[in-house]
Design a protein around this ligand. Structure first.
Ligand code: 5AD
Ligand code: SF4
Length: 448
């Protein structure tokens, strides 16, 4: 009888994309994916280590799942992803977390999951946390969460070698490697044929995507790849994440301008608006460099959607340095931001070199100010869209009301509009009539 596998995913889009690889590996080994943990023979948590609270959530969840062992003797509980890579063997020791884990697999070990499961069943240690220099899972066809969905991820590279001082990712996801562009294009074509209308190309730093053909020596960089994926079909929208400000070229911006189906939205993590803090963070750009990149975006792609990541209270951050972050937020006028308190991660450059010396209360106060500012900026940006007509790709029904549909603009803004018989995947022209800081509201004017 085939085994039932339940997979739960934490963290970034890359992790969600990896879980689709895990589902693919398992289903091609006679397993079935279930969405009910209480019915599963194997529970896998694909985990995140980016901040301490991300790890704490996983530990709490692992604890809550232990009671299922009583009901299902033989149940296996496994930890995948970044926490598996960070904590390694320690996860198998009951004393580490005060609970039992049966299987541990890092981000490059998913092909070995069937063997690891067989080992775990016989009571052996089931662990593989080997990082690879070339694994991209290029030949594995991901099992999509939402068959018949509208939007899907395509992971185009893995790993990261930037070593930002605060960040655990280079340690948990290993060396940077790009995936063969032919397999990326084939996946985009397959998604289009399956009815998908939007793909997001994923990588920790997509701007350093680079593929060299062995025979011809032809090099494909990110701009070329983006152009090739955009040329698959004009009905397929293309997004990408994440860009590093130090590597985002004008050439990429011109490529975005050339193709109407490349969404006009850029996620450009700022982290801090102070050159001194950026230096301590090992980000390799200054406040001025960042503002110059924002100016280039506004010049080449007027009206482009802009989002960012900001960290409050990094090591040694003074009141003045914090003020510089607030100032860059105003100058850039972000539409959206992910905002965090700095959380020291063991083994990172910052943990080794600097004291985590901004008091918790100060971090909280600064984060609250950043969130308040972003709320005002988002509202201002949404207000300026009132009266405009925008093309929206319909994703499905609105969560709040059955009579309303929701979708996204090219700029990545969420739009809610009355249903007039629209289906997921339809492109609808919507005139914006109202907004909140989080959502635009409008009415369809015509559809095609
Ligand atoms: N503490 C707080 N935020 C962090 N990020 C990465 N590492 C940390 C950390 N140690 C944030 C950065 C990054 C986003 C994915 O998470 O802003 O861009
Ligand atoms: Fe979390 Fe980073 Fe790992 Fe993604 S790559 S799961 S954000 S630690």
């Amino acid at each position: 009888m085939s085994k039932k596998i339940y997979i739960e995913t934490y963290g970034c889009q890359m992790n969600f994309s990896d879980s689709e690889i895990v589902a693919s590996v398992m289903t091609s080994h006679d397993a079935k994916v279930t969405d009910a943990p209480e019915n599963a023979d194997v529970i896998l948590l694909n985990t995140c280590s980016i901040r301490d609270n991300a790890e704490r959530r996983v530990v709490n969840r692992l604890r809550a799942l232990q009671h299922l062992r009583k009901r299902r003797p033989g149940l296996l509980i496994g930890v995948l992803g970044c926490m598996a890579e960070r904590l390694k063997e320690d996860l198998l020791e009951e004393k580490t977390l005060g609970l039992r884990v049966d299987l541990v697999a890092g981000p490059d070990a998913y092909r070995q999951l069937p063997e690891l499961m067989a080992d775990a069943e016989t009571g052996q240690k089931a662990i593989n946390v080997m990082l690879s220099a070339d694994e991209t899972y290029a030949d594995i066809s991901p099992v999509r969460y939402t068959p018949g969905g509208v939007s899907a991820f395509i992971s185009i590279m893995r790993g990261c070698e930037n070593f930002c001082a605060y960040c655990v990712v280079p340690f948990t996801r290993g060396k940077e490697r790009s995936r063969d562009p032919r397999s990326i294009l084939a996946e985009a074509r397959r998604l289009l044929a399956d009815g998908f209308r939007e793909v997001t190309l994923l990588g920790q730093n997509v701007n350093s995507y680079r593929w060299k053909e062995d025979d011809s020596g032809k090099v494909t960089g990110f701009s070329e790849l983006l152009g090739e994926v955009a040329s698959v079909d004009p009905r397929l929208r293309i997004r990408f994440a994440t860009s590093h400000p130090k590597d985002m070229s004008d050439e990429l911006l011109h490529q975005m301008a050339r193709h109407p189906n490349i969404c006009k939205a850029i996620h450009l993590p700022l982290q801090s608006g102070s050159s001194e803090v950026l230096k301590r963070m090992n980000r390799k750009y200054t406040r001025e460099d960042y503002l110059e990149r924002i100016a280039a975006i506004k010049r080449i792609l007027p009206g482009c959607g802009l989002s960012t990541d900001i960290i409050a209270g990094f090591c040694g951050e003074t009141e003045e340095e914090f003020g510089e972050t607030m100032d860059v937020m105003d100058q850039a006028g972000f539409d959206f931001a992910f905002m965090f308190k700095y959380s020291e991660r063991p083994g990172t450059l910052a943990a080794k070199k600097y004291a985590d010396d901004v008091p918790e209360a100060v971090k909280t106060r600064r984060l609250t100010s950043i969130i308040d500012k972003q709320q005002a900026l988002s509202l201002e940006s949404n207000r300026s869209d009132i009266g405009k007509t925008m093309e929206v790709l319909t994703e499905g029904r609105s969560k709040r009301s059955d009579r309303m549909m929701m979708g996204r603009t090219s700029h990545n803004k969420v739009v809610v509009f009355p249903d007039q018989g629209f289906k997921p995947g339809d492109y609808v022209q919507v005139k914006i009539t109202a907004c909140s800081a989080a959502t635009l509201k409008g009415e369809a004017v015509k559809s095609h």
